[in-house]
Design a protein around this ligand. Structure first.
Ligand code: F6R
Ligand code: MG
Ligand code: MG
Length: 368
């Protein structure tokens, strides 16, 4: 029997700005999933991260199943009604279409799904990020699955030493999915060349070369491609299986100690450090730093254990301080690049419009 994990997430409105959903909205979404999902799901769990609601669903229907996607969509529609009734900011923000058709892909919510034959012991991690884009996973997943300097397990375990296959997507391509498949370790430099540019190339999935098992899936949608205009960063999620033929949970978590810089934060237009935070964290300061939370689970015969909050440990307090310091360093230079993102990544049109007006006032000097 195969088990499917489906994570579908959306921002459907927040209290006090883009900070966190209201309790009533979260309860509405949770109640809907519990009731309408009772015959579809073997288990489920709900999280919030910043202004997003993340629904983790366990079932036996495989990925991209219309009923599962419709369940999440309808839960978000119900939640949006409450969000509008409460006057929440950005109510229904990520529901970009009026009606559901088949799959949430292209409709606004983000999704990451994987189907697998359960191992007797099946640990996995759900990563949830806010105020940033899918490229946030490039560095930590590269380090965990390809870089023996970071992950000595790639040398120590003969199973994981056989390497991993990376499927990488060009998220700037808007006419469909443009993907490439590369193998670590032999394509190491090719993988590095793509992943160094997280606003263009992002990891869609990673598979074990020893067993063919799926190790990682990440949400790859770009909301501003779907909507045509700015609707918020893509605030991605990822599912990562750990241990045995995969890197250990520690090898997967530890790259986040870099608190690396990514695009995101206020108006989705800045470089921000990532801060590993506790589950259900809110947003503060400069609508940033970008945040990431990690829930560890085991699943058995379609049933989840309770989650373990993987960044709730004294070690990560030190990293949170480091991330705050890194972000403050960047904020000190205000709008001067690289504090702000490059022209193609600015999520608001103010700078582009001003440049257009200035452009016609530029003159080519004639006396030289
Ligand atoms: C970024 C984000 C916020 C908003 C900012 C302005 O993902 O959600 O930083 O971009 O608060 O929001 P609006 O334009 O809705 O007033
Ligand atoms: Mg938002
Ligand atoms: Mg968000």
């Amino acid at each position: 029997m195969k088990t499917t994990l489906s994570v579908i997430k959306a921002d459907i409105g927040s209290v006090g700005g883009h900070e966190t959903p209201s309790q009533q909205v979260v309860k509405t979404v949770a109640d809907f999933i519990k009731k309408a999902g009772s015959s579809l799901l073997s288990d489920h769990y709900l999280f919030t991260i910043g202004d997003d609601i993340v629904i983790l669903m366990v079932h036996q229907k495989g990925v991209d199943h219309p009923q599962i996607h419709q369940l999440a969509w309808e839960a978000f529609v119900e939640g949006t009604k409450i969000a509008k009734g409460q006057g929440l900011y950005g109510a229904g923000q990520d529901l970009l279409k009026d009606s559901f058709s088949n799959n949430v892909k292209g409709l606004g919510p983000g999704s990451a799904e994987m189907e697998f034959e359960e191992r007797p012991n099946e640990p996995f991690i759900l990563f949830m990020a806010d105020k940033t884009s899918p490229g946030v996973f490039n560095l930590p997943l590269f380090q965990a699955f390809a870089d023996p300097f970071h992950n000595a397990g790639l040398l120590l375990s003969s199973e994981i030493a056989q390497g991993y296959q990376f499927t990488i997507m060009d998220v700037t391509y808007t006419h469909g999915d443009r993907i490439i498949t590369l193998k670590a370790p032999e394509d190491y430099y090719d993988i590095a060349t793509l992943l160094r540019d997280p606003e263009t190339y992002v990891i869609e999935k990673i598979e074990s070369r020893a067993t063919g098992d799926l190790a990682v899936v990440a949400s790859t949608s770009r909301l501003h491609n779907i909507a045509g205009t700015y609707t918020g960063k893509d605030d991605p999620v990822a599912l990562v299986r750990s241990q045995k033929q995969f890197p250990s949970t520690g090898e997967i978590l530890s790259p986040w100690a870099t608190a690396h810089y990514v695009g995101g934060s206020n108006r989705g237009s800045h470089h921000t450090s990532v801060m590993p935070v506790k589950l259900f964290s809110k947003i503060s300061f400069f609508d940033g730093p970008a945040v990431v939370a990690a829930a560890g689970f085991c699943v058995h015969e379609g049933k989840l254990t309770e989650p373990v909050d993987l960044f709730d440990h004294p070690f990560w307090d030190y990293i949170r301080d480091k991330s705050a310091k890194k972000f403050l360093e960047m904020r000190q230079q205000g709008f001067f690049n690289p504090a702000m993102l490059g022209m193609n990544e600015l999520e608001y049109t103010g700078v582009v419009e001003r440049l257009k007006k200035l452009n016609v006032r530029f003159q080519i000097r004639k006396d030289k």
